[in-house]
Design a protein around this ligand. Structure first.
Ligand code: AAO
Length: 516
């Protein structure tokens, strides 16, 4: 892929319609209204970099479309990532023992065909959703399941039937590694996650592994992705990318068309850490960006595992990003959690059940600016396999906040920080201050200043803000209105210092534009 990609930031501006829409949203959700010169700006628009996105994981297409218009666009989200839209396995019976959920969330990761009838809706609804989101200024990114087809079952949401390694009109046994004799393990599955021949050529948890090196398979996959591009999709999260060699990914990418944005699609690869050498995320950086799982883990330690020696405390995030051993900021999608980590390794990652701490971690990520931050918002669950709210036939019902859907992305403190993040842009983090425990504060160049408190009591701090003297409106607790401020006012002295009380589990954030 094009190695010359830059991390461009558009100067923040607001069209009149956007201002009106934000005002309407702010009224309904009590959000921060953008200040006169546009505190709620937008991220990159003309490059592949996704800016701030939200993963509305397993929201149905109707609901995503509505959210783009009513919330995401007005709030300043640059993009939305959606669940795998291709036709998938539809289970018809429970298995043995602990198998109690007929339609677990993971059905969508078993591809049957590249028609777009799925648990989330029809092809027409998908198309309409992408169009609606783009009209609202929100780009759409798709979770692309291209490494494999299914590992069980024989029926699908799109009504297409199949048998092992046979998908009519699409793939036959010659298109898969195991039946072609190219998987070296005894049972056709990945037994050793450190052995590259197995990781690339054998079945991941029984999922039939496509011969992605073959011309025919590459043509089918590229055909699918180009269809999505034609519908207006801007890029992809490539599922199980670690299970395909970079050369196969590059070959597929080279067949992809330009998006409606006029650039090649954004390409982020799911390459989880833990493997050696060529299987490490770093080994895939030449082929695309990667998902920042390790950063999510570091955030959990900083926010959740408070230790007396401060190794696990907010102050530990003074060193975060590449300096902390993470993949480079410009090559990483950063997040607090995702659909796997929130349920599989709940002890190692934060999730919505962490309440205010979960929100605060998102605010930290947006404030720090490492990677392309992705807010994660999905459905509430009890057991690991739980289905999203759905009809008996597995089709997912409309997302209603508070009724099975967390809607974390609507949290006013997170939305305020989306605006703050866009306003400060790529300015450097300076004036870092910490109480060596759970309070940190810093400036982003001379564009903005923020303080975060992960403690359970408010904390007064006296710090350098890097801003010119004056009175500033905190964009998290309030908004500028008719020259006044509905929230906390931060008074900065002539030397740039301010004394500020940071609420428990809270944030205070100002920008040059929020000066009263
Ligand atoms: C379902 C059933 C299975 C059944 C199968 C087929 O659950 O019992 O056999 O159907 O019928 C999802 C679900 C699966 C589901 C599947 C298909 O999670 O349960 O199987 O849909 O319906 C590896 C892959 C990575 C993958 C991850 C789950 O490398 O690509 O496993 N993630 C994606 C999706 C995921 C999806 C699939 C792929 C398949 O996000 O939702 O599966 O489409 C280590 C390894 C990683 C490995 C992880 C987890 O990582 O390095 O390669 O990921 O473990 O096994 C630290 C550690 C590191 C660890 C990392 C993450 O960094 O150092 O070792 O944490 O935990």
């Amino acid at each position: 892929m094009d190695p010359s990609r830059t991390r461009g930031r558009r100067a923040p501006f607001l069209r009149r319609t956007t201002v009106l829409a934000v005002a309407a949203l702010a009224a309904s959700l009590a959000l921060a209204v953008p200040t006169a010169d546009g505190a709620v700006g937008r991220g990159s628009r003309s490059t592949q970099e996704p800016g701030v996105t939200v993963s509305l994981w397993e929201w149905n297409w109707r609901s995503v479309a509505r959210e783009c218009t009513d919330v995401l666009g007005p709030a300043g989200y640059d993009g939305v990532q959606v669940a795998p839209p291709q036709n998938s396995l539809k289970r018809t019976a429970l298995g043995n023992g602990s198998d109690t959920v007929l339609h677990p969330w993971w059905e969508v990761y078993q591809a049957v065909s590249y028609d777009l009838t799925s648990r989330m809706g029809t092809e027409a609804q998908f198309k309409k959703m992408v169009k609606t989101c783009r009209r609202a200024g929100v780009k759409v990114y798709v979770d692309a399941v291209i490494n494999h087809t299914t590992g069980q079952g024989s029926t699908s949401y799109g009504g297409v039937d199949y048998t092992p390694y046979r998908y009519d009109g699409l793939y036959g046994p010659e298109d898969f590694h195991a039946p072609s004799g190219e998987c070296p393990s005894s049972d056709g599955g990945i037994q050793d996650f450190n052995a590259k021949a197995q990781v690339w050529n054998c079945n991941l948890v029984g999922l039939e592994d496509l011969r992605t090196g073959s011309d025919d398979v590459q043509a089918e996959i590229a055909g699918y992705l180009n269809k999505l591009i034609r519908y207006g999709v801007s890029g992809f999260r490539v599922d199980a990318a670690k299970h395909m060699p970079p050369r196969d990914l590059d070959a597929i990418y080279s067949r992809l068309n330009r998006t409606k944005d006029g650039v090649k699609p954004y390409w982020s690869l799911e390459v989880l850490p833990g493997g050696p050498g060529v299987l490490r995320p770093e080994a895939y950086l030449r082929s695309g960006d990667v998902l920042g799982v390790d950063g999510a883990r570091q955030m959990q330690q900083a926010f959740k595992s408070y230790t007396a020696d401060h190794t696990g405390s907010l102050s530990s995030l003074e060193v975060f990003g590449a300096a902390a051993g993470l993949t480079p900021s410009g090559k990483t999608v950063s997040f607090v959690t995702n659909h796997d980590s929130e349920r599989n390794d709940a002890g190692d990652y934060l999730n919505y059940k962490d309440g205010a701490t979960y929100v605060l971690a998102h605010q930290w990520l947006l404030a720090d600016g490492y990677g392309s931050p992705q807010v994660y918002s999905s459905f509430a669950w009890v057991t690991k396999d739980d289905s999203p709210p759905a009809r008996a036939d597995g089709r997912i019902t409309d997302a209603v906040c508070g009724q099975g859907w967390t809607c974390v992305h609507r949290d006013r403190g997170i939305v305020a920080m989306v605006g703050w993040h866009d306003y400060v842009g790529a300015a450097k983090r300076v004036n870092f201050w910490t109480d060596d425990a759970n309070v940190v504060a810093f400036s982003k160049g001379n564009r903005g200043w923020v303080a975060l408190n992960n403690g359970t009591a408010p904390k007064e701090v006296r710090v350098q803000t890097g801003l010119p003297g004056g009175r500033y409106c905190d964009v998290v607790s309030g908004a500028e209105q008719a020259g006044g401020c509905t929230g906390t006012v931060v008074t900065v002295g002539s030397t740039g210092f301010a004394t500020v009380t940071v609420p428990a589990k809270g944030v205070v954030a100002v920008t040059r534009a929020s000066r009263l």
